[in-house]
Design a protein around this ligand. Structure first.
Ligand SMILES: Nc1ncnc2c1ncn2[C@@H]1O[C@H](COP(=O)(O)OP(=O)(O)O)[C@@H](O)[C@H]1O
Ligand SMILES: [Mg+2]
Length: 401
């Protein structure tokens, strides 16, 4: 038998596994690395986050990815070359991080690699009648496995699409396994480049769970900060706080068909980009708007669409009293959080810190949980027959040799 198949079988039968979860979202800020000890599977999953760091990407690395990122037309050779190169870069970052932690790669059972999303094209966005949903993450898992010597599970989103989903949000599985709590109706809100949430009913009824993107998280604000200030993002909403919300522009921005679509739905910077903003500025006849007012308006757009999606969820559930647990970089934006809290006074707010998971690590942890499920679980009752939550385990397995 192949030694790695035997290793996987032993791993799957063991009480717990040491798994590195990796996440690099649409913000392109850095690689989140979560070293987790995971026991059990499914609803018995138990996660201890042992170590966590975000390793920022160098500008040259970001620019190489930006040359193809969320673009309809790209240099195909560049895309072909970036796929292995990003995998190798991620592998080097992992090895350096393990070294800094004083941990030998042989102590790690699995790497769960999300890869770098370069294009997300759900049918609701691309509109080509002959094609279904599509999404593309690069940074091939074989390169990570060979370079680190650690079995790597990657490319989680294709199975989700193959089984009828849009390839996102995948957080719903891990959210259900590790954050469901009897007697507490929870919303797990993640504000990354794009914002999404999962509703977890306190009666633990899997058929009541739903998960959806709400629209832009930080992506539009990041793009504006990068274009006009040469800053990666609007730190602590410093720019937005200098401006005033422009209601004419906000009204046009809110008119996008995405916001009217039913749950579950997903999106990306393929839709929410500076082109969308410029067209809205034109349609609203606000060409003279200052960049500060634009930032304030985009900040409001993020907060307001998150609130609207949660309120729509509250209607579906039939009541308003929820515990909302935030994660992702957008929760560090004080203006966004202030607006969300003010608009949902019946709900109680926490961060995932209250659940022993560092909010910046949450997404990476959830990919480690998906890898754990792939190897040690596989009986997914969740979402049976429910749109957007196909009952599948996800990821492709790469061996080091
Ligand atoms: N102090 C802060 N103030 C405002 N925004 C912040 C702050 N810290 C992080 N962010 C936002 O969070 C983003 C990164 O969020 P992250 O959850 O890593 O998203 P992704 O999953 O898309 O990589 C940054 O690009 C930035 O917009
Ligand atoms: Mg990030």
């Amino acid at each position: 038998m192949n030694q790695y198949i035997a290793q996987l079988a032993r791993m799957g039968a063991a009480k717990k596994r040491t798994i590195i979860g990796l996440m690099s979202g649409t913000s392109l800020d850095g690689l989140d690395i979560a070293l987790c000890e995971i026991g059990g599977s499914g609803m018995e999953t138990e996660v201890v986050l042992k170590k966590f760091t975000t390793v920022s990407f160098e500008e040259a690395f970001k620019n190489s990815i930006r040359s193809i990122f969320s673009k309809k037309i790209v240099d195909f050779e560049q895309l072909c070359l970036l796929n292995p190169w990003v995998g190798e870069k991620h592998a080097s970052i992992i090895l350096a991080t393990l070294k800094s932690w004083g941990i030998d790669p042989s102590e790690i059972d699995l790497i769960a690699s999300h890869g770098q999303t370069v294009y997300h094209a759900p049918k609701i966005l691309h509109g080509h009648p002959q094609f279904g949903n599509g999404t593309l993450q690069i940074g091939d898992g074989d390169h990570i496995a060979v370079k680190t010597g650690i079995i790597t599970i990657s490319d989680f989103r294709q199975k989700h699409i193959a089984a009828g989903g849009e390839g996102a949000p995948l957080a719903v599985y891990g959210d259900y396994f590790i954050f469901s709590k009897k007697g507490e109706d929870r919303i797990m809100l993640n504000i990354g480049g794009i914002a999404n949430y999962t509703f977890l009913p306190g009666n633990l009824d899997a058929s009541k769970i739903f998960s959806t993107d709400t629209g832009p998280g930080n992506t539009l604000m990041d793009q504006l900060a990068q274009k006009h200030f040469d800053l990666p993002y609007d730190k602590d909403a410093a720019i937005a706080l200098k401006g005033t919300v422009n209601n004419a522009l906000l009204t046009v921005l809110l008119k996008d068909a995405f916001f009217e679509k039913p749950f579950p739905k997903t999106t990306g910077p393929e839709l929410f980009n500076l082109d969308y903003l410029e067209k809205a500025i034109e349609a609203a006849e606000q060409k003279g708007i200052t960049v500060y007012d634009t930032m304030a308006t985009l900040n409001r757009l993020t907060a307001q669409t998150i609130v609207a999606a949660i309120q729509k969820g509250q209607e579906l559930i039939g009541y308003k009293k929820l515990s909302i647990y935030s994660s992702g970089g957008g929760m560090h934006n004080p203006l966004i959080m202030e607006q969300i809290k003010a608009a949902l006074p019946e709900s109680t707010f926490f961060t995932t810190d209250a659940l022993q998971i560092h909010p910046d690590a949450k997404e990476a942890v959830l990919f480690a949980v998906l890898a754990n499920e792939h190897v040690a679980g596989g009986v997914l009752e969740i979402g049976a027959g429910k749109a957007g939550i196909p009952a599948v385990t996800m990821g492709k397995i790469s061996f080091p040799k």
